[in-house]
Design a protein around this ligand. Structure first.
Ligand SMILES: [Ca+2]
Ligand SMILES: [Ca+2]
Ligand SMILES: [Ca+2]
Ligand SMILES: [Ca+2]
Length: 302
């Protein structure tokens, strides 16, 4: 065997087993001739073990689908049985009530939902009780314990101020060729931070924490203690605006330091359409963030 053939034999190869495994989900963006901005936004996915059987299950946003891993590379659709019918753009899994069952937050257009995992295969919509309902357009977020009290808090990244009433024609009027409007035509929105009260409820601490003082066009959020001070920090990718790095100062306060940390813009000094996951490269506890690796434009934080 030649050296090159031997080298090729060592290559990792992948086989698409999705159809065989029952993973037949297709994302529908609901495109219309009206070119509504949300049609440009695809959905995310979350993988977690919702039923605690040791096998990772898959939750798709868009038109919700929960696919239970039955083992042997097979999945079954248990969406309706689990009480998760609905639609959204991003999903974030985390055990917010510390009962050992992973819960699910989904973000969408003026409709965020918190599903509590009952532990019997089903979920309850506890959005109202939790106090995290929103009329904003949320496209991502993250669970984090920013105050180190042992309860997961919720960071939600919001995109732009859009309503169905927005009907500006963008494109070539003369030829009646309509395209989706650029995000610059829409006002940005501030992100939200909800503190977990430990009793099923959350307190909106966006204003007092300093998070609400920064208006962007948020997409994904990533959490890491980038300066190793024991306090979780939050990086938010913005669409065609400088990114945010919220440094956790302790005592419930954050300071936005993206420019000082060198992660607000790319090396050429321009903002980017940072639409995907913001992955903090390198060990998060050894120094400032050095680089941000944007994922695919269609990926939402999960
Ligand atoms: Ca499972
Ligand atoms: Ca739980
Ligand atoms: Ca907490
Ligand atoms: Ca920190």
């Amino acid at each position: 065997m030649s050296f090159l053939l031997w080298l090729a034999s060592l290559a990792i190869r992948f086989e698409d087993v999705a159809p065989k495994a029952g993973l037949t989900f297709t994302l529908e963006n609901g495109a219309t001739s009206a070119k509504h901005l949300p049609e440009t936004m695809a959905g995310g996915v979350a993988t977690f073990d919702y039923d605690g059987d040791g096998r990772t299950d898959i939750f798709f946003t868009n038109r919700h689908r929960l696919l239970r891993n039955t083992g042997g590379l097979r999945f079954e659709d248990v969406t309706e049985k689990a009480g998760l019918s609905g639609s959204s753009m991003a999903a974030i899994a985390g055990d917010f009530d510390n009962d050992g069952h992973t819960d699910l937050f989904v973000a969408g257009v003026r409709h965020n939902v918190l599903y509590r995992n009952r532990g019997d295969g089903g979920f309850d919509d506890v959005t109202v009780k939790a106090g995290i309902g929103s009329a904003e357009w949320s496209v991502g977020g993250a669970w984090l314990d920013f105050d180190n009290d042992g309860w997961l808090d919720l960071f939600v990244s919001n995109y732009v101020d859009w309503t169905p009433a927005f009907d500006q024609f963008c494109g070539d009027v003369g030829h009646n060729i309509r395209v989706y409007c650029h995000p610059k035509l829409f006002k940005g929105t501030a992100n939200r931070l909800y503190r977990n009260l430990g009793n099923g409820g959350f307190e909106d601490v966006s204003a007092q924490s300093g998070i609400a003082g920064h208006v962007g066009k948020g997409m994904a959020a990533a959490v890491a203690d980038y300066d190793g001070d024991g306090l979780a920090d939050v990086f938010v990718t913005n669409d065609k605006l400088p990114n945010f790095l919220f440094h956790n100062l302790g005592k419930g306060r954050f300071e936005e330091v993206a420019f000082a940390a060198g992660v607000a813009l790319v090396d050429t000094g321009t903002e980017m359409s940072a639409m995907g996951d913001g992955n903090l490269l390198g060990p998060p506890s050894v120094g400032p963030v050095r680089a941000i690796k944007p994922a695919s434009p269609c990926a939402m934080m999960s």
